[in-house]
Design a protein around this ligand. Structure first.
Ligand code: F6R
Length: 262
C-alpha cells in the first residue's frame, strides 16, 4: 500500500489522475471502476483537463460505478447513475453505452447484483478502481462487518453513512436505507486501486485503513492485501497517521525510475 500525502484537494486530484493515466497507458479499451461522493471530484476534474488537452481519451473506455441507492430511479439527480453521468461520463467523454451503474430499481435486486458482478468479469475486470472512504472505513458501501470476500449485493446502510449522505437530500428522512454495492472481493480484483480521502473527518478511518489491524471492522483495511493500492490523502486526512513522516520519506526518496509522470 502506497500512501501519498498531498498538500490539498487539488494536488490530491492531480496525483490521483496521474496514477490513473499511468495505469491505463497503452490499454486500448480500459475499464474503470468509478466512485461518487465528494472525494474523487478533483480527480475527475484533472482527468477532464487531460482529456481536453489531448493526453487522455476515454471514448473507447468502459466504466462500472461502485454502487447505487436502492429505490432511486436512474433519472433522479440524487441517483448515483445520474451523478456518474454528470461527473464522469460527460466531462470525460465516455460513450454512455459503456458506463454502467448497479440497478437499484430492479425487481430482483439480488439477481441484478449478480449479473452486474458478472458483467465486470465479462469486461475483463477493472483496470483501475477509484475509491473514496467512509468516515466509518467503508469502501463502496461495504459497511463495517461486510464479508471480506463479498460480491456485488444489496447492503443496509449504517446510520453514520445515512447521516453523512443526508447533505445531498432536502429531508434527511429521504436518505435510502439500502444500496447495491460492489463487494470487497469484487473491488479487490481490480488490477489497481486509487483511493482519495480529504478532510479531517476521514483522518481516523485513514489511520485505521493504513496502519490498523486488518479486519471487517474497517473494510478499507483489506486494501493492505491489495498488490497495487495507492492511497492519496490531503494533510487533514493524514492527521492521525503515526507513520506520516515515513510515508513522506518513501515518496521523497522514490527512485526517479519509479516516479509516476505528471
Ligand atoms: C461512493 C462510495 C462511498 C464514498 C464514501 C466517501 O460511490 O462508494 O464509499 O466514496 O462514502 O464519500 P465522500 O467522498 O462523499 O466523502
Amino acid at each position: 500500500m502506497d500512501v501519498i500525502i498531498a498538500s490539498d484537494e487539488q494536488e490530491a486530484g492531480r496525483i490521483a489522475a496521474a496514477h490513473i493515466a499511468h495505469a491505463i497507458r497503452g490499454i486500448d479499451e480500459p475499464v474503470l471502476g468509478v466512485a461518487t461522493g465528494s472525494s474523487p471530484l478533483s480527480t475527475y476534474e484533472d482527468l477532464a483537463r487531460r482529456v481536453k488537452e489531448g493526453s487522455l481519451d476515454f471514448s473507447k473506455a468502459r466504466a462500472f460505478a461502485l454502487d447505487e441507492y436502492v429505490g432511486i430511479p436512474a433519472d433522479n439527480p440524487l441517483s448515483y447513475a445520474d451523478t456518474i453521468r454528470t461527473t464522469v461520463t460527460e466531462p470525460l467523454g465516455f460513450d454512455p453505452a459503456n458506463v454502467r451503474t448497479p440497478d437499484g430499481m430492479a425487481n430482483d435486486i439480488a439477481a441484478g447484483a449478480k449479473e452486474y458482478d458478472e458483467a465486470i468479469q465479462g469486461a475483463g475486470g477493472i483496470d483501475v478502481q477509484i475509491l473514496g472512504i467512509g468516515n466509518n472505513g467503508h469502501i463502496g458501501f461495504n459497511e463495517p462487518g461486510s464479508s471480506l470476500v463479498s460480491r456485488t449485493r444489496q447492503i443496509c446502510l449504517t446510520r453514520e453513512t445515512r447521516e453523512a449522505n443526508a447533505r445531498y437530500f432536502s429531508d434527511p428522512a429521504d436518505v435510502p436505507t439500502h444500496a447495491v454495492s460492489q463487494g470487497l472481493g469484487t473491488i479487490m480484483e481490480a488490477r489497481k486501486v486509487v483511493l482519495v480521502a480529504l478532510g479531517e473527518q476521514k483522518a481516523a478511518a485513514i489511520a485505521a485503513a493504513c496502519e490498523g489491524p486488518l479486519g471487517a471492522h474497517c473494510p478499507a483495511t483489506l486494501l493492505q492485501m491489495h498488490p497495487n493500492a495507492t492511497i492519496i490523502v490531503d494533510e487533514a486526512a493524514a492527521g492521525e497517521l503515526r507513520r506520516a513522516d515515513y510515508f513522506r520519506d518513501v515518496q521523497r526518496l522514490l527512485p526517479e525510475s519509479q516516479r509516476i509522470p505528471d
